[in-house]
Design a protein around this ligand. Structure first.
Ligand code: FES
Length: 210
């Protein structure tokens, strides 16, 4: 979707239009040598695109602490199944004090994900994997993979860190939290991406920056 006007963001950054962002992602897929697991994940057999351009995803193989990536429209969608430890880390006072938009005041998500875990259900995080700085694709930091890794995301282009809810740390160059797509849970292990039962009027063009 092309925006004819790009209103300035609170820090003066211009909002990137969605078409341009898709170009960055696809360009990066070739030029930035995205990893084979990332490319494979975009062909995830657990995901099916329906005729209305929504995406149904089967989550039954996703174990606690794991993540998967699917493609919806031109965006990589990160899906993580959170452990109790990941949820506790999101609410730690010292961690919350280090976040730029801890309460998700900037419209980067539907109303039913405007909460501390930025998702419809706390045990699943579902984010658009596009860094809000210049559009690179962050990577998942599996909990326990390093002493500091608590299930967040790291953008290798300029070093932005996001927590497991996609909330950006204050010192990162990325100005906003990672966007959250509209999501509906069809069952405990099946979701539809592209429609929000909790915020049916939500449109991707409402997002401040993607
Ligand atoms: Fe992610 Fe610059 S594009 S930090």
């Amino acid at each position: 979707m092309v925006q004819s006007e790009t209103p300035p963001s609170p820090d003066g950054t211009k909002r990137r239009d969605l078409l341009a962002t898709g170009t960055v992602v696809l360009g990066c897929a070739g030029a930035c040598a995205l990893t084979a697991p990332f490319l494979n994940s975009l062909r995830n057999p657990s995901a099916t695109t329906l005729s209305d351009n929504t995406l149904e995803v089967d989550l039954s193989a996703l174990a606690p602490g794991q993540d998967m990536t699917v493609q919806w429209q031109d965006w990589p969608i990160f899906i993580q199944r959170r452990t109790p430890q990941m949820l506790a880390a999101l609410q730690a006072p010292e961690h919350m004090a280090a976040l730029r938009d801890v309460d998700s005041k900037v419209l980067q998500q539907p109303k039913d994900a405007t909460n501390w875990h930025r998702s419809v259900r706390p045990d699943y995080g579902i984010l658009i994997g596009i860094c809000t700085h210049l559009g690179c694709v962050p990577s998942f930091e599996k909990p326990g993979s390093t002493p500091d890794a608590k299930g967040g995301y790291f953008c290798p282009c300029h070093g932005s860190h996001f927590d497991a809810a996609g909330r950006v740390l204050r010192r990162a160059p990325a100005p906003y939290n990672l966007p959250v797509p509209p999501v509906t849970f069809l069952s405990d292990t099946k979701i539809r991406i592209g429609h929000s039962a909790g915020d049916p009027g939500f449109s991707m063009s409402d997002i401040q920056q993607i």
